[in-house]
Design a protein around this ligand. Structure first.
Ligand SMILES: [Zn+2]
Length: 310
């Protein structure tokens, strides 16, 4: 689901109500003060038919309301940025009685309240939310069933026979997402060029994307998924080799730094590791000139074997 961050109406410098802070502190390792946290709210999903021709049932929204509490969000899919985490600490269903959905229900949305720490690394994101710069939130959840809006049976099953998007008796057939199974981590993304970017709605239970691509609905994405898995494996291997090389060079040039670097390098990205490798390569070249270097002109070439003893 691609969803929009909506700004919290409360000015940033006002005092956070005590009960909000208590809800936040239920998740914090050490008790946080109002000055240390930034809160904002967002709409996670609603009961309107979305661009995939699917909508959540009210019961499912209620179930998701419970599942999303405590779930963390990260900015721009940056898995390194452990400190850039936001966390949902409270959720509620809100309704707009003046607005009816295309299915004729009162518009109902799942609203979440999230907090993040006012740290330097979060400052930019906080400023963007404050400025009202549109960021989309990509949220993933899994549901147990997709039911046909026309007959109520499992869509695409033998008992149903209706096709999503087709019109039956003046009504466009859509899918009802029913029975929340799980809610996943969510992320802020800069508004993607393609509206579909960031959609991770998984159907059919707990298996996630891996299982989803084996379903009829997911089959068209199986090739893309396989490519992604391949790229991810290659990326991981490259990163692990790069890290091993950096640590090897570190032992060679700066052994004392090894324990710290060994730990720190676990979260370094490829650019940082490559820069370190470059640095150590230069350093090791200076420390250990190549042994095959030709002797100077006036020196006598002498092979006594000692230079090659190990
Ligand atoms: Zn049907």
């Amino acid at each position: 689901m691609n969803l929009k961050v909506i700004r919290d109406g409360r000015p940033a410098d006002s005092t956070l109500p005590a009960e909000e802070l208590a809800a936040i502190n239920a998740y914090a390792k050490t008790a946080l003060t109002p000055e240390e946290v930034y809160t904002f709210s967002l709409i996670l999903c609603d009961n309107e038919v979305d661009r995939d021709g699917e909508r959540f049932t009210l019961r499912t929204l209620e179930e998701l309301r419970g599942l999303f509490v405590g779930k963390t969000g990260i900015a721009d899919h940056d898995w390194r940025a452990a400190r850039q985490k936001s966390r949902i600490y409270r959720t509620e269903l809100i309704t707009d009685s003046a607005r009816q959905t295309t299915a004729g229900e009162t518009y109902t949305a799942l609203k979440a309240y999230a907090y993040m720490l006012r740290t330097d690394s979060n400052a930019e994101l906080i400023a963007e939310i404050e400025a009202g710069i549109k960021k989309e939130v990509s949220v993933g959840c899994a549901v147990a069933r997709t039911l046909c809006s026309v007959c109520g049976e499992e869509l695409g099953s033998d008992a149903c026979g209706h096709v999503k998007g087709e019109t039956y008796g003046g009504e466009i057939c859509h899918a009802l997402l029913d029975g929340a199974v799980d809610a996943y981590e969510w992320s802020f993304v800069a508004v993607p060029a393609q509206r579909e970017a960031g959609v991770t709605k998984a159907l059919g239970g707990k298996g996630g994307l891996k299982q989803f691509v084996k379903t009829p609905a997911g089959a068209p994405y199986a090739g893309e998924y396989a490519e992604l898995i391949k790229s991810a494996a290659l990326g991981k291997r490259y990163l692990s080799e790069l890290r091993a090389e950096v640590l090897r060079l570190c032992l060679l040039c700066d052994e004392g730094l090894y324990p710290a670097l060994s730990k720190a390098s676990e979260t370094m990205d490829s650019d940082t590791l490559a820069a370190l490798r470059q640095h150590y390569e230069t350093k090791s070249a200076a420390l250990y000139p190549p042994a095959t270097q030709l002797p100077g002109k006036r020196e006598t070439t002498r092979f006594d074997g000692a230079a090659f003893q190990i």
